[in-house]
Design a protein around this ligand. Sequence first.
Ligand code: S3P
Length: 179
Amino acid sequence: MRDVPLILVGFMGCGKSTVGRLLAQRLDWPFVDLDDQIEAAAGRTIREIFESSGEAEFRRQERVALQALLASATQDPHRVIALGGGTFVQPDNFELLQSASVRSLFLDVPFDELYQRCAQMTNRPLFRDAQAFADLYRRRLPFYQQAQYTIAAAAADPEQIVDRIVERIACPQMSLGKR
Ligand code: S3P
């Protein structure tokens, strides 16, 4: 199997950025966070985009950033990419990612743990209250579950989650640790 970008998906707070950064270090591949790309292109934080332009405009910018990232990954597939929590569940993005040459990995963390983690952070525009958070999770879970790999990511040291990912995706043809 040839190398393809590794795409981390999952709900807010599941650890996509933390695990993604460590996974990238382990593979010696670059790490790209889609939210950072959106902020850099817009010159505004995600919160500012939501507040001044609304979610629909954020989703438009998110799609543009995703398309650019996937286009550049056709030149060099050695990337670990963390999506935002909503990226994979937008139908257009879902179709694009399911047909792209990538491996998608769902970081599966139980709802209660996600809630505890996100309740302590203030930078998530879609975190409003427990009921809205639960509804969003319930609507999104069926999308995440269609990722190619589901990785149990509850209450574990991020390095252990990286171990699990590497075990699951490792195969002799994949040049782990090399660019
Ligand atoms: C979002 C999650 C955020 C960010 C934006 C929208 C979502 O990313 O993309 O606030 O729709 O769940 P994280 O999952 O990294 O928090």
